[in-house]
Design a protein around this ligand. Structure first.
Ligand code: NI
Length: 206
């Protein structure tokens, strides 16, 4: 087990498209997954994608911290790996939620995402993984999957006024008084209203 160095925004590895994992059960992949989990926990993150640790492969680890669980449809989950994932939106509904990223330390932003997704892939034991996700799980899956395509969450934002430093975000909410507007503009759920409650928690960055 080893802690890995996390790439920060501006490093080209974060803008590259990652390639498929040829053998998900290879010992090197299992070691990588274990190291990524250790690195994610050390950095108090909720998810981590391989390109964030300078490995341009299509895999990530993800979790649903108890404080981010959105209820029965989005139960807390311990960390797991998803290799060669395929994430597909279900329906048209958009939800706006606060996101952070271990590659963009200190900042948060309100990001519109598909409210529900289907996910498929395999784990590091070669077992098929699939399901439907909403709430935080849907967010973290989309956020991590984007890393595999060289996309960082600010590139998904439609209003950069909804981005800020953690301290200010916690104090004033997403975009200050504009938090509710963000949900309205995208016709989504009231992600902005959830954010002040959530943004005080440590394990949010992915
Ligand atoms: Ni991230």
């Amino acid at each position: 087990m080893a802690l890995l160095k996390i790439a920060r925004m501006g490093h080209p590895v974060l803008l590259a498209k990652a390639r498929a994992v040829e053998d998900p059960t290879a010992p090197g992949i299992r070691t990588l997954v274990a190291d990524m989990i250790e690195t994610m926990h050390d950095a108090a993150g909720a998810g981590l994608a391989a390109p964030q640790v300078h490995v341009p492969l299509r895999l990530f680890v993800y979790s649903v911290p108890a404080q981010r669980s959105a209820g029965a449809d989005d139960p807390p989950r311990t960390v797991a790996a998803l290799i060669n994932p395929v994430i597909t939106p279900i329906g048209e509904e958009i939800a706006i939620q606060t996101e952070g990223c271990l590659s963009i330390p200190g900042l948060r932003g309100a990001v519109p995402r598909a409210a529900r997704v289907r996910y498929e892939g395999v784990d590091e034991h070669g077992q098929a993984v699939s399901g439907e996700a909403s709430g935080f799980l849907a967010v973290v899956l989309q956020h991590e999957n984007d890393h595999l395509d060289g996309i960082l969450y600010p590139m998904r934002m439609t209003d950069l006024g909804q981005m800020g430093f953690e301290t200010e975000y916690l104090r004033f909410g997403p975009g200050g008084q504009a938090g509710g507007q963000a949900g309205g503009q995208a016709g989504g759920q009231a992600g902005g209203q959830d954010s002040p409650r959530e943004s005080g928690q440590a394990e949010e960055h992915a």
